[in-house]
Design a binder for this molecule. Sequence first.
Ligand SMILES: O=C(O)CCC(=O)C(=O)O
Length: 411
Amino acid sequence: MGESASIEPQRHDDNPLLINSVPRRSIPTYDTLSYDDYLQKHLTPNTPFILSSQATRDWASARTFRIPSCSTPSLPNLSALRLYAHHVIPVANTLRQQFSEFERSEQLLGEVLDLWERDEGKGLYVKDWHLMAEIENEGRNVQEVYQVPDCLRDDWLNPPFDRRLRPRNGDDPLPNPTSTSSSDFRFTYLGPAGTYTPLHRDVYGSYSWSANIVGRKIWWLFPPDKLGSVKDKHGELVFDVRELKDEGGGIKILQEEGEIIFVPSGWHHQVLNIDFCISINHNFFASPTLPLIYETLCTSQLRVEEAISDVKEMIIERVGSEGDLWEKEWVEEVQGLLERDAGWGWKGFWQTVKNNVQNPPALEILSPSTQLRDGRIIDTIKKFKGRRDWLFLEDVGVIIQNIEKSIGPSG
Ligand SMILES: O=C(O)CCC(=O)C(=O)O
């Protein structure tokens, strides 16, 4: 394994976006990372790392998306992206902020490429484009773009394609298996130098990895205990950490072309494109981190319950507080809103666990031991059965029974 725990001070060229120095890289960089090291050193302790450009050297996009030249960083081959010109893609205008987001629109990729080729649309950032799902829906293989590195294959949010389309007998398909807008968490980003993603934390408290095919990015990473310094005077998280003294004092990293960065669960981060960048990322989680994802959903549910506490009063007024009726209705109300607010509720959570137990996404040697996996699931089931929702969500009960049948009872 080629590890360089702290590589040389980072190169500062004359790129104007690199005016503030990027400190020596403080997280490990690996040429190769075995599954066991990934599990022990990063997934379980929830710490970041980088895979060197060797990890993406053989990706098809490392040839097709770059204009062939001997310079690094490369220039984007926008003509190659014309293959996808018909895709309707989400675009953020990073020059126009609307409350805590950028103005967003949906456009044909071809129209955005036209603008860039005319040297216009400099603030436009194509974000969360489901390129891989589109390719698969068009009957082709994502290998025309990339291959997931071995150590990152145990991905419970993005099961292999054949499994998404043909769930095993008795399995419920994943939600909306043919809709490219919500079927997966594999995204492609592209945008000129200066476009950026403001400070945020990933959906579901998931992990993410992000590979730079073209260009370089600056990442600011903030572990959960370092969030105090990125809040404004009202206690709200800032939009752009560059407004802050010392940029909030988090971990600042220059990600070179070809490198893959791993962002731990629950860590806030901000990302700036230093050059024209094309990147691919996955949001994901796996069984060793199930408890974190579970806690994130519990916290989201508490927020929802607080936000609609008046609805509880209304239900009680209408059906009375005797018996279970009001509580059943309240639990259903909360789950409905949770699905819209957090992206999923308990049904989606347990369905995902069931699907991954019954059809593991990665080979055994690229997954935790069955004992570790089942231990995490059993602990999480026990915690869940201590909640009152559990008594009212009958369909969730059936899913959990199914999981227990697959792994043995949780006692
Ligand atoms: O590259 C970007 O602009 C954002 C990527 C990101 O936030 C992520 O991969 O979690």
